[in-house]
Design a protein around this ligand. Structure first.
Ligand SMILES: CC(=O)SCCNC(=O)CCNC(=O)[C@H](O)C(C)(C)COP(=O)(O)OP(=O)(O)OC[C@H]1O[C@@H](n2cnc3c(N)ncnc32)[C@H](O)[C@@H]1OP(=O)(O)O
Length: 417
């Protein structure tokens, strides 16, 4: 008989964590008591699912409430999905499908507007109605080819200032800077207090995880306000005839305006010894390459789907964002799981929208995964029509939908969760 999917009791949580480590191939064995205690304090067990077989946890799944910024700066509550594993001995028997169905039904019941996740592999989540909604790009900059003046200092020339700070300062100012970013950047997801502790090295770590304290800097605008932060690590590499060949790797970078963004990138590319800068996961239209006199010095090393979304409530999701133009569209949304499908009239405008069930004839027919892909404005409706994934039922509807949904700048989710 196939074992039950159920919530996890407090005493089973260490075994559940071991199963996560087994599924993600990070380390065998039970985690330390200190780590279990720290994680446990941050986890709502009513949203932790597990499967137990012969006294051992063999499948894991967890969700938590997350705020997701949508186009226009409003947030919606997402059912953020994480820690999804099935132990190799129990794969391809439908355990993930059962955990997913349970969680999405509960999220719908709780009134969450979308579900969100970062997919380990592309083919896993489309079948559950998720679609890739924001991409991530990483650049590697050959600093010596970038064309920046080697006589410049790391300080901006516009009255702004770069300051070195400590992890404790970032724990204090970081959440505020992040909140300001979340108020303007579609795709940003909320970071809890634990996120800041983990990324400044003060949360307990597993034995297999190493930590080197990074360098922390903030950017202050001319009026003294912190409007950017940068966290980076640097390796120690020297060439044969003693040339420094260090690589700086960005771990976190938030800039609240283009001046701060320019100042932080130019700062990092002006630190003596640093020959290479790795940008970390940025929006695909990050300013970085074009801020360099020679943008070809920045080579893309990662270009990938990143944040996946799955609409659970189409009217509330579509009413939460703003649109590129005033127009009406009737969308026939298919959802095999029966959670979010229906025919909806979207009256969109630059300041918001009304979205209601309708019996009017549809302009476009699409699956809930495709609508989720279009949600943050990062994909072209025309392209999905050409791929046969969206049906254009009224001539011109795809062009109208592109004018409505697409955005000037692209969504970005910098976090893994
Ligand atoms: C948000 C996150 O946490 S992302 C992390 C996801 N986890 C991992 O990648 C860890 C390693 N992989 C695993 O633990 C497992 O393989 C899982 C969790 C991805 C899948 O669990 P399973 O219980 O094997 O999935 P399940 O049996 O329910 O599969 C359902 C369907 O998805 C397909 N599927 C599952 N995993 C994959 C995959 N990695 N690639 C392609 N198809 C897949 C199955 O073939 C099945 O297809 P079918 O319905 O056409 O028969």
């Amino acid at each position: 008989m196939s074992p039950d999917v159920r919530t996890v009791a407090p005493s089973e949580f260490p075994d559940w964590m071991r199963a996560v480590r087994t599924g993600f191939l990070t380390a065998g064995g039970l985690p330390s008591e200190e780590l279990v205690k720290d994680r446990r304090a941050d986890v709502d067990l009513s949203r932790v699912q597990g499967v137990f077989d012969a006294g051992r946890c063999v499948a894991t799944y967890r969700s938590f409430a997350q705020q997701l910024t949508v186009v226009g700066g409003a947030t919606v509550t997402a059912d953020a999905v994480t820690g999804v594993t099935v132990t190799p001995t129990h794969r391809r028997r439908g355990l993930l499908s059962r955990m997913m169905a349970t969680d999405l039904a509960a999220a719908k019941e709780r009134g969450e507007v979308v579900a969100s996740l970062i997919a380990a592999e592309y083919p896993i989540y489309g079948r559950y109605g998720f679609g890739p909604a924001a991409r991530a790009a990483e650049w590697e900059v050959d600093v010596r080819r970038a064309g920046l003046d080697p006589r410049r200092s790391g300080q901006p020339a516009d009255g702004g200032r770069i300051e070195m700070v400590d992890g404790a300062d970032i724990r204090k100012t970081g959440p505020e800077v992040h909140a300001a970013l979340a108020a303007r950047q579609p795709g940003i997801v909320s970071r809890g207090e634990r996120w800041w502790r983990t990324h400044t090295g003060v949360a307990p770590r597993a034995d297999h995880e190493t930590w080197t304290e990074p360098f922390y800097v903030v950017h202050r605008a001319a009026n003294g306000e912190v409007d950017g932060l940068l966290v980076y690590g640097v390796d120690d590499k020297w060439g044969d005839s003693k040339q420094p060949l260090n690589t700086a790797s960005v771990r976190d970078m938030i800039a609240l305006n283009p001046a701060a963004e320019r100042a932080l990138w130019h700062y990092l590319c002006s630190v003596d010894w640093i020959a290479t800068v790795r940008s970390g996961y940025r929006a695909p239209d990050d300013l970085l390459p074009l801020l360099l006199p020679d943008p070809r010095a920045a080579r893309i090393i990662t270009d990938t789907d990143w944040l996946w979304l799955r609409m659970l409530d189409v009217p509330r999701a579509l009413e939460a964002r703003t649109y590129g133009t005033d127009a009406s569209l009737v969308l026939e949304v298919r959802d095999e799981a029966g959670l979010a499908g229906g025919r909806f009239l979207l009256d969109a405008s630059g300041s918001g929208a009304r979205c209601t069930p309708t019996t009017r004839s549809a302009d476009l027919a699409l699956g809930v995964g495709e609508l989720s892909t279009l949600y943050l404005g990062d994909e072209s409706v025309r392209r999905l029509v050409d791929l046969g994934r969206v049906e254009e039922l009224r001539a011109g509807a795809a062009a109208t939908a592109d004018a409505v949904f697409r955005t000037g700048r692209r969504p970005w989710c910098p976090d893994v969760f």
